[in-house]
Design a protein around this ligand. Sequence first.
Ligand code: NAD
Ligand code: UDP
Length: 389
Amino acid sequence: AAAAAASLDLDGNPIAPLTICMIGAGGFIGSHLCEKLMAETNHVVFAVDVYSDKIRHLVDPAPPHLVGRISFHRLNIKNDSRLEGLIKMADLTINLAAICTPADYNTRPLDTIYSNFIDALPVVKYCSENNKRLIHFSTCEVYGKTIGSFLPSDHPLRKEPEFYVLKEDESPCIFGPIVKQRWSYACAKQLIERLIFAEGAENGLEFTIVRPFNWIGPRMDFIPGVDGPSEGVPRVLACFSNNLLRREPLQLVDGGQSQRTFVYIKDAIEAVLLMIENPARANGQIFNVGNPNNEVTVRELAEMMTEVYANVSGEIPLDEPMIDVSSKQFYGEGYDDSDKRIPDMTIINKQLGWNPKTPLRDFLETTLTYQHKTYKEAIKRQMSQVSAS
Ligand code: NAD
Ligand code: UDP
């Protein structure tokens, strides 16, 4: 703690301890951010969420050395008057709360829109009215599809970066038609970004908007039937982990041709800490946070995860490790997809000097080791019960 107290920001000024109201602190990103803040800083965290399982080790109860540093506040921000008080008591609010699993966007579009837009409104309002700084989590999905995706598949311009690299202050937001309800999430996130930006422009709100590009690692989402609903569909890392743990083929939606860039959660959290501790450099900014060097198609991701999991578990892969499935079968009516997501890193590099470090294969190894250790026994037990009955 003594070392943390002496730490300096990027301009050489000492960092004063902050009180942070973190909404959605019990989720995947929140749990890693809480751990980082507890381990490496002196900041105090009010952890707000409806769930606490992923931060149980920090709050239930707080270990002796963290007493007074972190407190858990179980509340639903949709309807709890305690929220305003917590924001008023904090220096900074970080809003992570959202429905953010694609399987929900076309099947629960109302919940998705309410969660990502309506429920975030009071948070923005309380920050603006009380002159409190806000770091709001948006998504890379606000870019939607690339310009190049509208060209014929063999068109040479598709290879030109101007046709696919996603820039915070230049790229348009390109969504599909309303019947493709997949875009309900992206559209709600876009509108809350515009509202926050306008609060900054008209009322002087000090804000930072984060656009995560597929952050992955331990504790992401849930394994269906173990720590989440058996019929639930999490994001791709957990879907593929679940298939590997159960020795089922990985399901490639519409051929697995979509491209993604994955970044290790621990690299990404470094970027968030820089934003927290360098307000002068982060306020008024929208930041892409991703790793442009880790691009794969979903099919390549499946191949890599199959190979890495075989090493980690010592199990020989299935003869047919993957199967194709249509998006209609997998997600239902109204699904659509982003074709390609390469973040431009110029702004975050210039403002915060941040660069991602970890190659995809390395953090797949770390993450699949965690998945195997955490879930394999539970899944074995569950599968033997099913086959016995
Ligand atoms: P997550 O689902 O693990 O975490 C969200 C947390 O918010 C959950 O713990 C949930 O219980 C909580 N929450 C939701 N509604 C709430 C409410 N009404 N009241 C209180 N708590 C509520 O998701 P995550 O991956 O940690 O994502 C956090 C944020 O980052 C989200 O806004 C998401 O849209 C954004 N994001 C993440 C990624 C990524 O790569 N992980 C990519 C794009 C955007
Ligand atoms: N996907 C897949 N099989 C699965 C789960 C997801 O092929 O079991 C695909 C999905 O269609 C998308 C990509 O993987 O093209 C990433 O999906 P994810 O849910 O992680 O979120 P997104 O990056 O689309 O926000």
